[in-house]
Design a protein around this ligand. Structure first.
Ligand code: IZC
Ligand code: ZN
Length: 433
């Protein structure tokens, strides 16, 4: 067999628990995220090899088997015993925005809560002001800087929410920018419409009318292919459970997969609502009830945890990852929540370290949460998130020999090489090509 690229002598985390690592095996990728304790099975292959042809994975197995089968490659790479994983997936970000909010740091340190800053017209609303004033070109340039950091950090697919326009014109502008980013750089961008992210000042008198205005955008956005998912900030003082149900039901009817910012600060019942609606994911969940988490797990709704946010906001409690995994048997994913307020970082590797130290997740669970399960959280689980024959060739070679090292040695970039759709796009941790 002649292939485009052959990576040999890697320690492979295929993220295919059911035999995806067998030599030459056709992909029997179970079309489901890994739940509960199964999150610890990372489909490990010692001294493994991966062959890539036409942007897809053509063969996976042990290095000596690759030799025996006479696989020849245009480009060969010796991983030298280093860790090879699927490209990482960041399934919750507010990527496209203008400006920054470092001036809120002093307020935060003085003890002013996040939602109080929002009530005073800052927080999300300050980013709305900056984003409304920004051109498409300016929004694009700012997002490109972030995407490059993400890619150099091993992220090959990212979800991006709107929600800093809060009117038809600027919400659509954000979504158009997100879509165009795919043509300008290698990271795949999955768009989510988050029109109900906050109530803008001009709509304060009638939040329900504002919600209806955002609901009226669902059909045109879907028809124009500007977003695959719809999301709402369901939180005390922002949008209620009733408003969230109304918006998300309309979104489902319009053809969107639905997501929800659920139970981040107050236990409103966002997790229960996610289960009721068959949401693809419910995100945050710090304050969620155990019955809500259990209901989500039973409904197959993925828990997207954002420990960078709870850590950065100085929260006293964090999402109960151990309950979700050990008791509820849920599928957990992890994301940065990259945004200019509650979590200004593009580093999914930092989030992985926090997942260990704050959420008490194991390195194997963490790797599952940023690859296989994150891919399902953005509706791409059948194409990306694991190393299996037929899947898209999104790969990372790390300056590490095992997943524990990535999580233990925190605050630096461990990426050596990133491959996106079969092409080397990062070398020595730097963008190439
Ligand atoms: O800009 O503060 N939580 N939305 C809900 C955010 C954080 C983003 C922001
Ligand atoms: Zn968010």
């Amino acid at each position: 067999m002649h292939v485009d690229l052959l990576i040999r002598h890697g320690q492979l985390a295929t993220m295919e628990p059911s035999g995806g690592g067998e030599a030459g095996a056709a992909s029997e990728a179970t079309p489901a995220p890994s739940r509960g304790r199964a999150m610890r099975d990372i489909g490990w292959v010692e001294d493994g090899a991966v062959a890539v042809k036409d942007g897809r994975i053509a063969w996976v197995g042990q290095s000596d088997a690759a030799n025996r089968e006479g696989i020849e490659a245009s480009v060969e790479m010796d991983a030298g015993g280093r860790l090879v994983t699927p490209g990482l997936v960041d399934p919750h970000t507010h990527l496209v925005h203008a400006g920054s909010r470092e001036y809120e740091l002093a307020l935060k340190l003085a003890g002013v809560p996040y939602l109080e800053i929002l009530r005073r017209g800052g927080g999300i609303l300050s980013t709305v002001k900056a984003t409304r004033a920004a051109s498409e070109e300016a929004l694009t340039q700012q997002a490109l800087v972030s995407l490059r950091r993400m890619l150099e950090g091993g992220v090959t697919t990212v979800e991006a929410k709107s929600g800093y326009g809060l009117n038809a014109e600027v919400e659509l502008r954000q979504l158009r920018v997100a879509k165009a980013l795919a043509e300008l750089q290698p990271v795949e961008v999955v768009s989510t419409f988050l029109g109900p992210h906050a109530v803008p000042p001009e709509a304060k008198a009638d939040p329900d009318a504002f919600l209806s205005e955002m609901m009226a955008l669902l059909h045109p956005i879907h028809t124009d292919g500007l977003a695959e998912f719809a999301d709402i900030f369901c939180e005390d003082g922002v949008f209620s459970i009733e408003q969230s149900r109304r918006f998300l039901m309309a979104a489902k009817q319009a053809g969107f997969g639905v997501k929800i910012h659920a139970d981040e600060m107050e236990p409103l019942g966002g997790a229960e609502l996610a289960a009721e609606l068959g949401a693809v994911s419910a995100d945050h969940l710090l304050a969620a009830s155990r019955t809500g988490l259990q209901a989500m797990a039973e409904a197959g709704c993925i828990a997207v945890l954002l420990p960078g946010t709870s850590w950065n906001l100085g929260a006293k409690t964090h999402a109960d990852a151990r309950y979700l995994i050990d008791e509820a048997g849920a599928a957990v994913a992890l994301a940065t929540d990259y945004n200019p307020g509650s979590c200004p970082t593009e580093s999914l590797q930092l989030i992985m370290a926090l997942a260990a130290n704050v959420l008490r997740m194991t390195p194997e669970e963490i790797l599952t949460a940023v690859t296989r399960n994150a891919a399902f959280a953005v509706g791409r689980g059948e194409r990306i998130g694991s190393i299996a024959v037929g899947k898209q060739a999104d790969l990372c070679v790390w300056n590490a020999r095992n997943p524990a090292y990535l999580v233990y040695h925190f605050g630096v970039n461990h990426v050596d090489t990133v491959v996106k759709r079969g092409t080397v796009v990062v070398q020595d941790g730097r963008r190439v090509g």
